[in-house]
Write a protein of this length. Structure first.
Length: 256
């Protein structure tokens, strides 16, 4: 696959703004942002990240957007990889894993539509810093002590709960929000990972992989904002995730 790469180098740090953190920098962190036609959300997403993290690396994976997503991101000094053909979120994440600098310790995965607040990331990174048994920290959009927000409709919430239950029963993944788009993962854990999921089912595969390697996943409660731009998730994506959960179940059987 040929790639179009922006001139911004991955190792080039972003602006060092005033933030509160126990760290002096996040230069060992790379933020991976899969994006497809997100020109209206990606600028806000990157700006908030720059105002929250201390000089991390950034990598946007553009899935052949037909709008100005790539131009907006590269114009902000962020590195962009453009797929030659339109893929899904799984393809984008797999491509990103091939371009992670050796200096990185942690990978942040987030969406380009401004739904996930960046303010939680310093604490998520800190959890990994403090406990080597934790392989991944996830943002939980459905904390039990909070009512469902307007940005999460009832059908969406119910669908997630059903898939989460199937993931728990069939794959042993006991997470409240296993399909969240906000995660921080140890890069050392993912170096040998060869994901096969092409779309949104990548989340189920990632959960299963982290658990299979003997690491714990921690969830922290987060807010979830209304997306900027057109909605992309639909019933067909839920069916794809369910199919992946079933396939992972057979993987569990083969490993026993």
């Amino acid at each position: 696959m040929r790639l179009s790469i922006s001139q911004a180098a991955l190792e080039e740090p972003g602006p060092d703004l005033a933030r509160t953190s126990t760290r002096t920098n996040h230069r060992d962190v790379i933020v991976v942002i899969p994006a497809y036609n997100e020109e209206f959300g990606i600028a806000l997403t990157i700006t908030e990240l720059e105002n929250t993290l201390l000089s991390p690396n950034y990598l946007v994976i553009d899935g052949c957007s037909t709008d100005g997503t790539s131009q907006v991101a590269s114009g902000m000094g962020v590195s962009v990889l453009t797929e030659e053909e339109r893929g899904g979120k799984g393809n984008a994440m797999a491509l990103a894993l091939q371009h992670i600098p050796d200096s990185v310790n942690y990978i942040v995965f987030t969406d380009a539509d401004y739904t996930y607040p960046a303010k939680y990331l310093p604490d998520m990174v800190k959890l990994l810093d403090e406990d080597p048994s934790v392989g991944m920290v996830d943002g939980n959009r459905f904390p039990e002590d909070q009512q469902t927000t307007e940005s999460i409709n009832t059908v969406f919430h119910l669908g997630n709960k059903c898939l989460a239950l199937a993931h728990r029963i069939m794959n042993g993944v006991k997470l409240k929000d296993p399909f969240t788009g906000l995660r921080v993962v140890r890069w050392a854990l993912l170096k040998e990972w060869k994901p096969v999921s092409k779309g949104f089912d990548i989340e189920a595969e990632l959960n299963h992989y982290v658990q299979s390697k003997g690491y714990r996943t921690i969830e922290i409660p987060i807010e979830y904002r209304p997306r900027i731009g057109d909605k992309k998730l639909g019933v067909k994506h839920g069916l794809t995730i369910m199919k992946r959960i079933i396939l992972l179940c057979f993987t569990n059987i083969e490993q026993e």
